[in-house]
Design a protein around this ligand. Structure first.
Ligand SMILES: C[S@@+](CC[C@H](N)C(=O)[O-])C[C@H]1O[C@@H](n2cnc3c(N)ncnc32)[C@H](O)[C@@H]1O
Length: 339
């Protein structure tokens, strides 16, 4: 352990902020005392509100509220990775096919379009807040369809983020297009971006290559299924992402103990995948219904299901021989100097 890590500065309680090993994410972000130190440190409750839920000794934290208001309360440059699944602004009276029936697209009030200018302003507001929270080498992944993803890309560019990849997640079983006037919508895009142009982003290249049977992993993902039935036993979120998608993203762009934020947490798929992968997480969500669903999911899916097999795989990859590590190091420095 470095000298710095042995003597953390006052107020720092966790690795998420400045590299000191601790567990309680809320304490780390708010400068509050951790369980062991209660009574010795004066609490600073003016900054971060009390969490809605804390699990796994404070490594899994959910806050209730509008992410636009909550994010400015979190300390700058404290997150290694952000995953955001924002409103796609899809729920505008259109139709789709669900279980063989024609239904109107209505995910919730939060998913109604505010028109181009409103959607653009909202996207600028939340991405700029996310950017402030990223560490210098931190990255963010944002999912979306054509309704929003082009605005997301434009805003990222405008704010000076560095777009690293646009990933295509091919949906295995898309609903048919009822109007028969378009190609069947069968994919979502996930933009991956670094905090700024100088960002030396984390990419677990050897692990991705191993998962892909020894070949470089492409930016088109065809092996991620929609959420399994056992991911929805407590009810489902209308736009729930599969755990396997989040595990892939987390494994690709973070290390164990890293701190991950999801500003539109929904049913906490990101937090659960993070817990399985032994990362720490913070989720922000405004709907109590989804926070309750998140708690139930966390209690069962994480505590009962335990760690992901991907974590064992990751640990094996990290325990590679130094020869393999050196080879991987050369590849990543080539990638950085190429860009
Ligand atoms: C697309 S869903 C995310 C689903 C999530 N990825 C999952 O797997 O369950 C977006 C979520 O963001 C929430 N939301 C929308 N606007 C918000 C805001 N301004 N602040 C916090 N949460 C918001 C919605 O209630 C919804 O649950």
């Amino acid at each position: 352990m470095s000298e710095d890590a042995k003597n953390p500065p006052a107020g720092c309680r966790g690795r998420g902020v400045c590299g000191h090993a601790e567990t309680d994410v809320h304490a780390c972000l708010s400068g509050l005392p951790t369980g062991r130190q209660v009574g010795k440190v004066v609490a600073n409750t003016a900054t971060t509100p009390p969490p809605y839920f804390k699990g796994e000794a404070g490594r899994f934290v959910l806050y209730r509220g509008d992410c636009l208001e909550l994010m400015p309360l979190l300390p700058e440059a404290s997150f290694d990775l952000i995953f955001a699944d924002p409103p796609y602004f899809l729920s505008n009276g259109g139709i789709t096919c669900q279980a063989g029936k024609m239904v109107s697209v209505n995910k919730g009030k939060w998913d109604r379009s505010m028109g181009f200018a409103g959607n653009y302003a909202f996207t600028t507001d939340w991405i700029s807040r996310c950017r402030r929270l990223l560490k210098p080498n931190g990255t963010m992944f944002v999912s979306g369809t054509s309704h929003i993803i082009h605005i997301v890309g434009a805003v990222m560019d405008e704010l000076g983020l560095k777009i690293l990849n646009d990933i295509t997640w091919v949906k295995p079983n898309p609903p048919p297009n009822l109007s028969c006037r378009y190609f069947t919508h069968a994919a979502e895009t996930i933009l991956w971006a670094g905090r700024d142009k100088k960002c030396r982003h984390k990419f677990n290249y050897p692990l991705m290559k191993r998962i892909n049977g020894g070949k470089q992993m492409k930016s088109v993902w065809t092996d991620i299924e929609t959420p399994r039935r056992d991911e929805k036993v407590f009810g489902k979120h209308p736009t729930q992402k599969p755990l396997s998608l989040l595990e892939r993203i987390i494994a690709a762009a973070s290390d164990e103990d890293d701190l991950i934020l999801d500003p539109f947490s929904g049913s906490a798929t990101t937090g659960i995948a993070a817990a399985r992968m032994n990362r720490r997480s913070v989720g922000l969500e405004m709907e109590t219904e989804f926070l309750e669903l998140s708690k139930k999911r966390f209690e069962r899916e994480y505590l009962e299901a335990g760690y992901s097999p991907l974590l064992d795989y990751e640990r094996q990859a990290n325990a590679d021989t130094s020869k393999q590590k050196n080879a991987a190091g050369k590849v990543s420095s080539r990638l950085f100097s190429n860009t």
